[in-house]
Write a protein that binds this ligand. Structure first.
Ligand SMILES: [Zn+2]
Length: 185
């Protein structure tokens, strides 16, 4: 762990008017620093290392879809969580990606400071660059603690963002098929 981080958290506690010497807070700077580093561990990962060669030859050219991938991220404006689901689809052109890798790619980008729109685009671009797919679609639906716990305090609003590349952008049918598949339970 970066040895400076606990020190900074102690300063934050002081800044909030707390007493970092009281019993309940004694280990909080260390714990909070550790937690925050875990929540941002995506900075320590790279796409190459995550994919690690898990690309398999396939003559399947039908849509591959992975839906309801749990997503935990932190908004870069408030450092507060946003939590939701990602749905990812692509149309292979000779190569398919190991299934767990799709979820790990989502996680790598989610575990960085983000805004939802950029996260959606980064996931789509990564899947595209790794698979050379004929098209990639990513939809993220998430609840933002910075909206729910502060500001407008809207408890039930879900933000939805999508990025469509290639066939998903060009063909209405392909896009509709994907959107129907992620809506069906
Ligand atoms: Zn925010």
């Amino acid at each position: 762990m970066n040895p400076q981080l606990p020190h900074h958290y102690r300063e934050i506690l002081l800044g909030l008017g707390e007493n970092p010497e009281r019993e309940g807070l004694l280990d909080t700077p260390k714990r909070a620093a550790k937690a925050m580093q875990y929540l941002c561990h995506g900075y320590q990962q790279s796409l190459e290392e995550i994919v690690n060669g898990a690309l398999f030859a396939s003559d399947n050219d039908e849509m591959v879809i992975v839906k309801d991938i749990e997503l935990y991220s932190l908004c870069e404006h408030h450092l507060l969580p946003f939590i939701g689901k990602a749905h990812v689809a692509y149309i292979p052109t000779g190569k398919v990606l190991g299934l767990s890798k799709v979820a790990r790619i989502v996680d790598m980008y989610a575990r960085r400071l983000q805004i939802q729109e950029n996260l959606t685009k980064q996931i789509a671009d990564a899947i595209q660059s790794v698979t050379s797919a004929a098209g990639v679609a990513v939809v993220i639906e998430a609840k933002h603690m910075c909206m729910m716990m502060r500001g407008v305090e809207k408890q039930n609003s879900v933000m939805s963002s999508s990025v469509m590349l290639g066939a998903f952008r060009e063909s209405c049918n392909t896009r509709h098929e994907f959107l129907q598949l992620i809506r069906s339970k």
